[in-house]
Design a protein around this ligand. Structure first.
Ligand SMILES: [Mg+2]
Length: 226
C-alpha cells in the first residue's frame, strides 16, 4: 500500500440507501406507518409479506425485467393494495428517513479532502425527499438520481455520466456503496474501483471485484490519504 496510490481517489461516488441512509430503519418506520393506516392484518405477517413481494422486484429491476413505475405499484398489488397505498408509503419513506449515526460527520470530513458525488437509484421523488429532510446535499458537488438520467444500477454508464459532470476519469474515482450487485456491478462495468461498505459482515459476491472493504463511513475517512 502506498499513499501515492491511494491519493488518486480524488473523487468519491457515494451511494445513498444502506450506505449513508439507514435504509432498514427508514423502511421499517414507513412500513409501520403504512400498516397502521391501511392494513388490518398482523404487523409481523405484513412485514414478511412486503419483503417477500418487494425484494424479488428489485432484483427484476436491476436485471431490466421491470421499470420503477411498475415496481412501485406491483409490490403493493401483491399485498392486495392499490396506488393510493403505494404513494402513501413513498411519502412515509421521506418522513421516516434516518442516517447512519456516523454518516453526517464522515461526509463532512470526506468532503473537505475529496470531491463527492451522490449516485443513487430508486424513485426520484423519494430520494429527493430524503435529501431535503437530511440536508446532506451540501456535501456533494453533484447528485445523480439514476432514473432522472434514464439509467439504473448496475449500468456502468451511470458512473461515466457522473464522472463527466465532474470532469474526472474512472482512475480518479472510488465507488462507495453497500451493494456488491448494484454499486460493485456498475463500478466494475465503468472501470472504477469499488469500496464495499459492509456493515453486516456479509460474504463477498463471486465475480464482483472489491478494492477495499469498510465497516462504516468513519473507517472510510481513516483510509490513508484518501
Ligand atoms: Mg445501497
Amino acid at each position: 500500500m502506498s499513499s501515492a496510490r491511494e491519493s488518486r481517489y480524488r473523487v468519491l461516488l457515494v451511494d445513498l440507501d444502506g450506505t449513508v441512509v439507514d435504509y432498514a430503519r427508514t423502511e421499517n418506520g414507513a412500513l409501520r406507518e403504512t400498516h397502521r393506516r391501511f392494513f388490518r392484518t398482523g404487523l409481523r405477517a405484513f412485514l414478511r409479506d412486503f419483503h417477500a413481494a418487494n425484494e424479488p422486484l428489485w432484483a427484476d429491476y436491476r436485471e431490466r425485467r421491470i421499470g420503477l413505475a411498475e415496481l412501485r405499484l406491483e409490490r403493493w398489488a401483491r399485498m392486495g393494495a392499490g396506488p393510493r397505498v403505494a404513494t402513501a408509503f413513498e411519502e412515509a419513506l421521506g418522513r421516516n428517513v434516518v442516517l447512519f449515526p456516523e454518516a453526517r460527520e464522515a461526509l463532512r470530513r470526506l468532503s473537505r479532502r475529496s470531491r463527492l458525488a451522490l449516485v443513487t437509484d430508486g424513485i426520484a421523488r423519494v430520494q429527493r425527499a430524503k435529501l431535503r429532510r437530511t440536508r446532506i446535499e451540501r456535501f456533494f458537488e453533484h447528485v445523480v438520481i439514476a432514473p432522472e438520467v434514464g439509467l439504473r444500477k448496475p449500468d456502468g454508464a451511470l458512473l461515466h455520466h457522473t464522472l463527466s459532470l465532474l470532469e474526472a476519469k474512472p482512475d480518479d474515482a472510488l465507488m462507495v456503496g453497500d451493494s456488491p450487485a448494484g454499486d460493485g456491478g456498475c463500478a466494475q462495468e465503468a472501470g472504477v474501483r469499488f469500496c464495499w461498505v459492509n456493515r453486516t459482515g456479509a460474504v463477498p459476491v463471486p465475480g464482483i471485484p472489491v478494492h477495499r472493504t469498510v465497516g462504516n463511513l468513519t473507517n472510510l475517512t481513516n483510509l490513508t490519504a484518501l
